[in-house]
Ligand binder design. Sequence first.
Ligand code: MN
Length: 208
Amino acid sequence: MAFTLPELPYAENALEPSIDALTMNIHRTKHHNAYVTNLNKALEGHADLQAMSIDDICRNIATMPDAIKNAVRNNGGGHWNHSMFWKWMAPAGSGGAPSAELAAAITKSCGSMDEFKTKFAAAGVGRFGSGWAWLCKNADGSVAICSTANQDNPLMKGIVDGCGAPILGCDVWEHAYYLKYQNRRPDYLAAWWEVVNWNAVNALYAAK
Ligand code: MN
């Protein structure tokens, strides 16, 4: 059993003008595909790990064999992060809005929805080099913003600690925006809100 590259739930040009079709194409068919290929390569000969879900692989990175730990961390994280990222976006106008429950949690932790967006963008802009900005749900239902380097994510206990369950993530690697925005990461993050799929975020907030 091997991990496979998921299809997009919309056309490659469906997120324009926030994210252009060429960026979507290269991002999924080259970058994400490389994570899938290299994850499968790293797991060769490890039938027990191949049988796990990508969620469980991320949760158990810290206890993986040393010989494959870094490869699985980078490529397994890359596969989980991007598989979710495609679903965390939707064509502008179709992603709904934060549920009343999620909006209340965001307001409580950040002050207001606008302040949340400012703080989330600051986490993304402030991530030096490559990584992700996250909104996470804590066990008590509160939410918090964090960021991780490279392809790490908040599922990776023992590697990424102090974050809750990830319910929204934004890719701030240059490959996610450079063709359209060049060095202007803040402009990409500002435009990204137009294509956030709040329906998917609401479902994760309600489920976990
Ligand atoms: Mn990416």
